[in-house]
Design a protein around this ligand. Sequence first.
Ligand code: SF4
Ligand code: SF4
Length: 416
Amino acid sequence: MLHAIPTDQLGPLGEPMAKAVSACVHCGFCLAACPTYRELGQEMDTPRGRIVLMKEVLEGKMSVEAAQPHVDRCLGCLACEPACPSGVPYRDLISPFRALAAKKMKRGLLERMRRFLAAQTVPFPGRFRLAAMMGRIGRMGLMPKSWRAMLELMPETLPPAQTWEAHYAAQGEKRARVALLLGCAQQVLDPDINTATIEVLTRNGVEVVIPRSQGCCGGLAWHTGDLEAARAFARQNLDAFPDDVDAILTNAAGCGSAMHEYHLVLRGTPDETRAEAFRHRVMDVSVFLARLGLREPLREMKLKAAYHDACHLSNAQNVRKQPRDLLKAIPGLQLLEIADAHLCCGSAGSYNMDQPEIASSLGEQKAKHILATGAEVVVTGNIGCMTQVRLHLKKLGAPVQVKHTMQVLQEAHQPG
Ligand code: SF4
Ligand code: SF4
């Protein structure tokens, strides 16, 4: 017994947390991979340091308040997982710990208000659109720094609201049937990503179903410690997505990663078993298409494209090869790699609001690395990364376009 965590008192998430803590042998191999260690240079802002802090809190030897600043600074990027030779499942510790801490710790009024507003707007496309428009109109200068940082990410003008059919037929011979999660922020900030996804799928013989009653993936709630809200969103999606599809597809890495954790979100509830089955049916669209194979011809595109690994695709879902393979299939496209590819761009859900300085520094570094590749376009699979990278490239005055993998494939499917 390497720890004295009272798992029996911590509810259903106690055991996964204790197992993650026990697996850490404190070797420190994860330190170099951790963006907050690179930024702050402090042991307590490393994966190893945070594991020790969380262990102390779970064992009742330290207050939540003492550990929380370091836990709050964690991006949840999971770069520590592939770097760890002992296979510490850090994801089984960080989000459950945040749920536990949220119950025990009282934050300041402004912070509580900010968290409440984010939780009540971002997961609901209609409200998020309204809030984004009001925020743009409002006096940004009068807002707290953290709120301004989030609004900076919003485009100058929002694209028009888009509605979706319940069903899109496969073109030509049908090869598969899938259901698609639309993504809350994505629908508002860049609905064209869903249009491109649906077009690429249907052109390649895939029937696409859009469940009407789908909701937010619950990622924001889960990663900020709002377990009840995360559970409600997870249950909504368990009910909404049909059984008669070959896969449940996501085209935003953050949403896919959250849906892969439904078994943990619903652990110890009557829905745990179906959450376990559900998560195995969830797949990023790039994985699905790489497995299925592109049937439609791709036109030549003379383009220098850098691929940016979204942490919630690469680290959380181990998806690195598939989007690159799809892009490499485009004749003439030169695929470029970005230095320090494993480092988070600083987007990480609401991190821009929570930790604006670190988020901004990471965003600037990522933009500089992208610029150094000489790419004309940077391609990725997550709306959060896209908005963050776009903002920081703009700040550098760099004329590099930012596109989703599906948008590039959609272009490649158009006749030249
Ligand atoms: S690499 Fe893994 S085992 Fe080593 S300190 Fe980091 S989390 Fe712990
Ligand atoms: S999730 Fe990212 S920021 Fe958090 S400890 Fe791991 S590497 Fe560091």
